[in-house]
Design a protein around this ligand. Structure first.
Ligand SMILES: [Zn+2]
Length: 319
């Protein structure tokens, strides 16, 4: 039943992978004793193909807790009288690895009773029901070092081949030359288009409207293309538009950073785990609510689970 529910809820969050493995392995051994259905976090990570990090279990737990009420509801609807509980035991002291298992407990109506029933097991990590967990309002960002930022544009990719460029370096000048060239082209194009209309001084026809439309489209494309470079100067960090990145690539940012050898423009990618639902979080533009700000948005609820982003401390708070 839980396996079917997880099937419907497919996600690429770590929490889903871990819990899916746990459920499937538990089902395989459903007729064995309970101790045979306990797995260490390392085993689960191996099966799920996820690197085991110290705060991994926390995100798995968040993922699970935020969906528990829906699991319970699904169990109710299906007429099952039991609900699965994520159980974690041990882990204290060296060599004593925490084991994880799924237990089935009778489904109890009402939240108070249930949290009481769970917390009488003090050593269990997950014994805290959703009601007693304080709402985490802070998020920590980090840079995954296994994913270098790749650009879609050939010229830009070559300019950023080292991942960064010094301000005033040859690469940076090439970038500026490029920017200047396309700006000049846009300028001349618009002036000549508008100038023609002024000089000829005749009633506006469809041809003029079409020309104006073209100018507008061109300007928009120019802004889309060069926005990160222009905004990085003032904002220090700005999300890259989709046109800069290959399709299917995770969001990345352009950061202007001060180093001891001068300022550099570099491509970065910050990620985090959503403290609300345990999903993946990426940086994105704050617009329309917070124009010019870079905020962390949850991949599963980008309009609801929004956190601020502090580029120096790499922490964020719920917005
Ligand atoms: Zn979320």
């Amino acid at each position: 039943m839980l396996a079917r529910w997880l099937e419907q809820e497919q996600s690429d969050a770590d929490g889903w992978h871990i819990l899916n493995e746990l459920t499937r392995r538990s089902l395989d051994r459903i007729n064995m004793s309970e101790s045979a259905r306990c797995f260490t976090t390392e085993e689960l990570c191996d099966w799920a193909g996820i690197a085991a990090t110290s705060n991994l279990w926390k995100s798995v737990k968040t993922w699970w807790e935020s969906r528990r009420r829906r699991v319970r509801l699904a169990m109710c609807r299906a007429g099952v009288d039991f609900e699965p509980i994520l159980d974690r035991r041990g882990g204290g002291g060296r060599g004593n690895r925490a084991v994880n298992s799924l237990r089935m407990v009778p489904l109890i109506e009402g939240g108070a009773e249930e949290s009481l029933q769970e917390t009488n097991n003090p050593d269990v990590d997950t014994a805290t029901g959703a009601l007693v967990v304080p709402i985490v309002e802070e998020v920590l960002y980090w840079q995954p070092n296994d994913l270098p930022v790749k650009l879609s544009n050939l010229l830009l990719r070559r300019l950023f081949s080292a991942g960064e460029m010094g301000i005033g370096s040859l690469r940076h000048n090439l970038l500026r030359f490029n920017l200047l060239g396309s700006s000049l082209f846009m300028l001349i194009f618009s002036i000549s288009a508008v100038g023609m209309m002024v000089i000829e001084n005749r009633p506006i026809g469809t041809r003029d409207l079409g020309l104006l439309f073209l100018v507008g489209i061109g300007g928009l494309m120019w802004w889309q293309q060069w926005r990160p470079v222009l905004l990085a100067r003032e904002d220090r960090i700005t999300p890259l538009p989709d046109e800069w990145l290959p399709i299917k690539a995770a969001p990345a940012q352009l950061e202007r950073k001060r180093t001891d050898s001068g300022e550099v423009l570099r491509l970065v990618r910050y990620v985090a785990t959503c403290p609300v639902c345990g999903g993946d979080m990426h940086l994105a533009r704050g617009a329309p609510e917070w124009p010019r700000r870079t905020v962390g948005r949850c991949a599963d609820a980008p309009r609801e689970h929004v956190f601020s982003f502090d580029p120096v401390k790499l922490v964020g708070h719920r917005l």
